[in-house]
Ligand binder design. Structure first.
Ligand code: ZN
Length: 221
């Protein structure tokens, strides 16, 4: 990777994208890192505040907030609709927190913005290892979307998913190697109930996050 290059991180303020942000800062240099955060009617608008706070603290180059408020007009989902309970079980095969098309939409908008900034590298914190049944977190989708974006805009984007092959425990390990384990544990928001840091402890996202953390701590000894 060339230090002179720039990167755009799709940034939610959660554990995964924050870890990606720190890795990008290390690899590209703070001045060459840009972030984009999407507002799409999440139940917890706090996500955006958390993302803004982290991005400001890290003094990255630019942080673009993009409002996709119309999303809830075209789909119904537990993350978007406060009347729908987030459910842990997945009778339908997928948890009801899947927002159809989300990563494709995010990548499209991110790519448009990246090109306007002369950026080729787009970083997204998806993983297919702790696969919750989200089809748009799979490597096959990311590679396909990368090819499509390049064709769509006649531009050599590189969609990079540093966590693709990592388990949650390995993502904690990466944060530790980057020297930001404690920062990520305390300051990020992954919880579906909007509780910063270690979270509510009971939503599916908290359970996955804590399990990975405990696993890594056990390995570390
Ligand atoms: Zn939670």
């Amino acid at each position: 990777m060339n230090a002179a290059e720039k990167a755009l991180v799709i940034f939610s303020g959660g554990q995964d994208s924050t870890t990606c942000l720190f890795q990008a800062i290390r690899e590209y240099g703070r001045r060459n890192v840009h972030c984009i955060t999407f507002l799409y009617g999440q139940k917890h608008g706090d996500e955006v505040k958390v993302a803004q706070k982290i991005a400001a603290e890290q003094r990255i180059s630019t942080h673009k907030l993009v409002d996709l408020a119309w999303y809830a007009q075209v789909t119904t989902n537990a993350l978007l609709d406060s009347a729908v309970e987030i459910s842990r079980d997945a009778d339908a095969g997928y948890p009801n927190t899947v927002v159809d098309g989300r990563n494709m939409l995010f990548l499209l908008v991110a790519a448009i913005h990246a090109k306007s900034l002369g950026i080729q590298d787009i970083i997204i914190g998806v993983s297919e290892t702790d696969f919750s049944g989200y089809p748009d977190c799979r490597a096959a989708f990311i590679n396909s979307c990368n090819a499509t974006l390049n064709l769509a805009m006649d531009y050599a984007f590189r969609v990079i998913a540093p966590l693709m092959r990592l388990t949650k425990a390995q993502t904690w390990q990466l944060a530790d190697e980057l020297g930001v384990l404690e920062y990520v544990a305390k300051n990020t928001l992954t919880c579906y109930n909007g509780v910063i840091g270690s979270g509510c402890g009971s939503c599916p996202s908290c359970v996955l996050r804590q399990r990975g953390y405990d696993e890594y701590m056990e390995l570390k000894g």
